[in-house]
Design a protein around this ligand. Structure first.
Ligand code: ZN
Length: 187
């Protein structure tokens, strides 16, 4: 699934775009080489300079991406964040040396003091922290369709959005439910 879902406000959109570098439905991944990773992080204004970009960095970045996807899945309702995702993200925060700084207007803000890809991934996690502080984080979710899991921003008043798009995955789910009911009612 790509394109049709609602963008997130402000810099949170960078986090959504990062998670959506893997398009499960289409079977495409924009992060399959260290060069692609460095290019993506630079274009998102997360990476400055030319440091980093080895195989290890790519493996680490993909692990962070999938851990973030798990956290977004937990945003659908009261489930806690899975322990594996917590381990990956806390490890990434440590590698980035995230440091909390008190700011004049925005309260405590975490920023990475490490450079390279570790620091850039820390910059992403800092955006997550900012969104948690301003209340927008809980609206960022992944589609509940297991073959999609596209990240989208839930603008529904009741915060009850489940699918990346009503037209695509919402309709697929409705059709499945309809076929299921029809099968049950057929003797
Ligand atoms: Zn979907």
């Amino acid at each position: 699934m790509s394109g049709a879902s609602t963008p997130a406000p402000g810099r949170l959109e960078t986090v959504r775009r990062f998670v959506n570098t893997l398009d499960i439905d289409a079977g495409t991944d924009a992060l399959t080489s260290p060069g692609q990773l460095v290019g993506w992080l630079s274009s998102a204004d997360l990476l400055t300079g030319t440091t980093g970009g080895g195989r290890d960095d790519l493996v680490h970045a993909v692990a962070v991406r999938e851990a973030l996807r798990d956290v977004l899945a937990a945003n659908h309702g009261g489930e806690p964040i899975p322990p594996t995702a917590l381990t990956v993200l806390n490890d990434a925060a440590g590698r980035a040396r995230l440091t909390a700084t008190l700011t004049a207007r925005d309260g405590w803000r975490s920023r990475p003091s490490a450079g390279g890809v570790d620091g850039a991934l820390g910059g992403l996690l800092a955006l997550v922290g900012d969104a948690m502080a301003d209340g927008t984080w809980s609206r960022l979710k992944v589609c509940v369709n297991d073959t999609c899991r596209w990240a989208f921003y839930d603008e529904s008043r009741a915060r009850s959005g489940k699918w990346c798009s009503m037209q695509v995955c919402g309709n697929r789910a409705k059709q499945r439910a309809w076929r299921g009911r029809r099968a049950e009612s057929t003797p």
